[in-house]
Design a protein around this ligand. Structure first.
Ligand code: NG6
Ligand code: CA
Length: 496
């Protein structure tokens, strides 16, 4: 089946921990991102694109299911051996597109769990992206700082030698005393940890979790960008004659930040800047493949990030001292893990040359809305239980309307939520430290409610909770009502 304007290809390029201020087109200085800047110039650049959460697993869960992450108590930063948290055969974005005849592929960071709780890495895996709507998958299980440090194709670890089976453990104690850890053998490290990340050493970098075996299958961090890029391009090449959906989840700029030789030292911002430059290059190479295959015009390319930025996320890679005057979250307060806007407001770009005129949009869009908006684009009905928090924002996404969400719930750590309504954000009282000392991030947690007017105070500096007790009461009640309910999107037509 040939693609055309009513059945465009869809690609989601998803960065890991890229902040609102990290790209040139969002005001970054000192980190060249020419390819993403060009993508922005050729399409729509959103100033109010939001992940549903300030960490990876919950945000990705929402993107694929159209549900707020706190609806699923397991949608929290997962260990590398956690079971799949998306119900098999549930109505996900890839499942919707697969049903509509699209070839569906997943490349890159997964972090939504694998298997059914009895994971054996040496046998075909019971639950993988293939069980939630993808025809093909080439992934890492969790994050680049978590074991197992291997690639998985469809259901199997790539390049595994059966004589050297993989064992993985997230127990408190190292069950593999013969495997050196960062804690015991710092002399073996080429990149030292700053906090956490002191367990099994792989490629001279200690990780989260313990691992033994699988030596032939271990990834080389510096090759990861090219490996995923190659797989993403191969998927597009293989499916160029039919409509396709590709979810290409890049690993940059998540820790450990180990760019390929080409990008080591490419920016004055140190490793974090270098891997953002590398991310930009990957996007450029990927877009060039669309051009070469004559697919650019009829392909909707969405670019976004799973959560806000962090400088020191556990390795001594000099991200803090080399940051200089670069502001990874731009004008926003907080970053990754935070309930402030810097945690969830991220770059969001959409290019579709056949139908979308370039511009800038201030419509509030959440990644949760991609599901219903795609269904709307393709004229596909959504099951009543599909995407309980997914709004059809197609007109806003295509630049035909300035109206996005009026209301949005976002989550920091551990399902603690804030609510946005129009210009107002309420962060209810939540127990916990106001500041993450290791990461240098303001969490937004406080014993009193906080209320901010984003129109007058984008940087969330002036807390108006004491002055506007009426709004605090109204928004608190609304948040409680939302959390007690089972959906926020209408089950029928979903235009807000
Ligand atoms: C944290 C890790 C951090 C990162 C994060 C998940 C420590 C001390 N910190 O627990 O390095 O891996 O989890 O990041 O272990 S995310 O982008 O996948 O949400
Ligand atoms: Ca992330």
């Amino acid at each position: 089946m040939k693609t055309n304007a009513s059945r465009p290809n869809l690609v989601i390029l998803y960065a890991d921990d890229l902040g609102f201020g990290d790209l040139g087109c969002y005001g970054a200085r000192g980190i060249p991102t020419p390819h993403l800047d060009r993508l922005a110039a050729q399409g729509l650049r959103f100033t109010e694109g939001h992940a549903s959460a300030a960490t990876c697993t919950p945000a990705r869960y929402s993107l694929l299911t159209g549900a707020y992450p706190w609806r699923n108590p397991r949608a929290q930063i997962l260990a590398g051996d956690a079971p799949l948290i998306v119900a098999p055969d549930s109505p996900t974005l890839p499942a919707l597109l697969r049903q509509a005849g699209y070839a569906t592929g997943c490349v890159g960071k997964w972090h939504l769990g694998l298997g059914d709780g009895r994971l054996d890495w040496n046998r075909p895996l019971a639950r993988t992206p293939l069980d939630v709507g993808f025809d093909r998958a080439f992934i890492m299980a969790a994050t680049n700082d978590r074991v197992p440090c291997v690639y998985i194709r469809d259901r199997s670890v790539v390049g595994l030698d059966p004589a050297d089976p993989i064992a993985v453990s997230y127990a408190a104690e190292n069950p593999f005393p013969d495997q050196p850890t960062g804690r015991d053998r710092p002399d073996l490290l080429r990149l030292r940890y700053s906090h956490g990340h002191d367990m099994t050493i792989v490629n001279g970098v200690s990780r989260i979790g313990y691992m033994r075996g699988g030596r032939r299958a271990l990834w080389v961090d510096e090759e990861m960008a090219e490996v995923f890029l190659r797989e993403a391009c191969a998927f597009v090449r293989d499916h160029r004659h039919e409509p396709f959906f590709l979810y290409y989840a890049l690993h940059q700029p998540h820790v450990p930040r180990l760019p390929s030789r080409r990008f080591a030292g490419a920016t004055p911002r140190g490793a974090r800047g270098d891997v953002i430059a590398e991310l930009d290059w990957c996007v450029g190479e990927f877009l060039a493949t669309l051009d070469e295959l004559g697919l650019a015009r009829d392909t909707v390319v969405l670019f976004s990030s799973d959560n806000g930025p962090v400088l020191d996320d556990g390795y001594q890679d000099q991200a803090v001292p080399l940051c200089g005057d670069h502001r990874p979250a731009g004008p926003l307060r907080g970053g990754k893990y935070s309930l402030y806007d810097g945690g969830n407001r991220v770059p969001l770009l959409l290019r579709w040359p056949a139908a979308v005129r370039p511009g800038v949009s201030d419509a509030v869009i959440c990644q949760t809305d991609f599901l219903a908006s795609c269904a709307s684009l393709l004229g596909l009905p959504l099951a009543p239980d599909a995407g309980p928090d997914s709004l059809d924002l197609l007109p806003a996404l295509l630049g035909q309307s300035a109206a996005g969400r009026d209301e949005l719930v976002t989550e920091g750590l551990q399902a603690r939520c804030a609510i946005r309504q129009g210009r107002w954000v309420l962060i209810p009282p939540h127990p916990g430290p106001a500041f993450m000392r290791h990461c240098g991030i303001e969490t937004g947690l406080a014993s009193a409610p906080q209320l901010y007017d984003l129109t007058a105070d984008l940087g969330q500096r002036r807390d108006l909770a004491a002055e506007r007790t009426d709004l605090v009461a109204r928004l608190s009640a609304r948040l409680a009502q939302i959390r007690a309910g089972s959906r926020t999107a209408p089950a029928g037509p979903r235009r807000p």
